[in-house]
Design a protein around this ligand. Structure first.
Ligand code: GLU
Length: 418
């Protein structure tokens, strides 16, 4: 038992020990790799529009600083607690290491339903959260980014708050900013573009034609919606989508541009149509070629894994598949799993490009961003496939083994101080 214990961190811990067993990491070396370097908890008072005061709980977990600053998003969601944030920070570490980025993992969060706040309240909360974090973050210590429930505007408020305290503009303190405030071209689309790119690579491997293939996408935020658009641009028929407000399914195919336009104006899927409404609990189990969980963690458990009817499982969310489900999927080799730390790495890869551009004050065009993104993803994908084939292991075990081994090697080489 520790402060992180709970369903999400327990899952990250179980996954880690499976990989540590595979890598034959000695028992006494494991906690140094698994447990976060630092965890910060803050209270964020916000004056509400009606004059009341509400205090929101916020967290930031920095997993390791062995390879450079920590890097990771900030989540505004009712589910946020220290255990979830810590698990997401641990996953960021394996993800950054797999992609070859000079970062450790971090994650932050505030326990709040951001949709229940007015814009003014959201700004107040964002600024107060960043202000509370100032002693613990920095462009060479910990670099924030968006995650569920936060967006470019929130990143702009973070950057502005940090900069006002420094007395100069420090764009490199956070990534995922609007282009008008030091962001990079292509960051907003990066995660979804990366997902679609890797689905295409997976489809090539299993001989699945993208044109006419069917896809179901759970989650229609930044990641899910851009994945839908990028898959549709490759000729894929999107037959099911859902978010926290609605779920639609039509085997003949949904109108993706119309869905994007609706979600773009209203911020949600609800109200798009009275037809095609479907049970969200059953969406993942419907037959399709490409299944994309792009929302919360732990949505595919052992029972759901046994019911999946897809050929490619593209994990756009962080941690959508539980270790029990992994055990089932190890037997179901007909499903090509693109593990989360590879599948959604496009976001943090382009965040890295944004940080580099901000540090150098030298900006790239969008074609350069995308070209470099696809090269990094292709390299990681090839490494994961080669490792899985060489050792006869699943793609998740291969991806995580590469990530964990990189962090272990760096720690071993640097040694223990003092
Ligand atoms: N929150 C995203 C993730 O989970 C992006 C992190 C980043 O860009 O630093 O990968």
């Amino acid at each position: 038992m520790d402060i992180y214990s709970g369903p999400v961190f327990d899952m990250a811990r179980t996954q880690f020990h499976r990989i540590a067993d595979h890598l034959e990491i000695a028992t006494d070396r494991r906690d140094r790799l698994l447990y976060p370097k630092r965890a910060i908890a803050v209270s964020c008072p916000v004056t509400r529009d009606d004059g009341r005061l509400t205090v929101f709980q916020g967290y930031r977990v920095q997993h390791h600083l062995t390879l450079g600053p920590t890097k990771g998003g900030t989540r505004f969601a009712p589910s946020v607690d220290i255990g979830e944030v810590a698990a997401l920070a641990v996953w960021m570490s394996w993800k950054c290491a797999l992609a070859g980025l000079p970062y450790g993992g971090a994650k932050g969060g505030v326990t709040v339903d951001p949709y229940s706040l007015s814009r003014r309240e959201l700004e107040g909360l964002s600024r107060r959260y960043m202000q509370e974090m100032i002693p613990f973050v920095g462009p060479h210590t910990d670099v924030m980014a968006p995650d569920m429930g936060t967006n470019e505007q929130v990143m702009a408020w973070f950057m502005d708050t940090y900069s006002m305290y420094q007395g100069r503009t420090v764009t490199e303190i956070v990534t995922g900013k609007p282009v008008s405030a030091g962001g990079t071209l292509g960051r907003r689309e990066a995660t979804g573009r990366g997902v679609a790119y890797l689905v295409e690579r997976a489809a090539e491997r299993i001989g699945l034609a993208m044109t006419g293939a069917t896809a179901i996408i759970q989650g229609f935020g930044n990641v899910g919606s851009i994945t839908a658009a990028s898959l549709a641009a490759r000729g894929v028929r999107v037959i099911g989508v859902s978010d926290h407000t609605a779920c639609y399914f039509d085997p003949r195919g949904l109108d993706v541009p119309a869905l994007l336009a609706h979600a773009g104006t209203t911020g949600k899927l609800a109200g798009f149509s009275n037809e095609m409404v479907f049970d969200p609990a059953e969406l993942l189990a419907q037959p399709c070629d490409i299944l994309v969980p792009a929302a919360l963690e732990r949505v595919i458990d052992g029972a759901m894994a046994a019911r999946l009817q897809c050929r490619v499982l593209a994990e756009a969310a962080n941690g959508p598949t539980t270790p029990d489900a992994d055990t089932v999927l190890e037997q179901r080799r007909e499903i090509f799993v693109i593990p989360d730390i590879l599948c959604n790495a496009g976001g943090v890869i382009v965040s890295y490009f944004e940080w580099v551009q901000d540090l150098q004050q030298f900006f790239w065009d969008e074609a350069e961003v995308n070209d470099r993104l696809y090269r990094v993803l292709q390299r990681a994908f090839a490494q994961v496939l080669a490792r899985a084939e060489r050792d006869g292991i699943s793609l998740r075990t291969a991806a995580m083994a590469i990530g964990v081994a990189k962090v272990r090697d760096a720690k071993d080489t640097r040694g223990l101080f003092p």
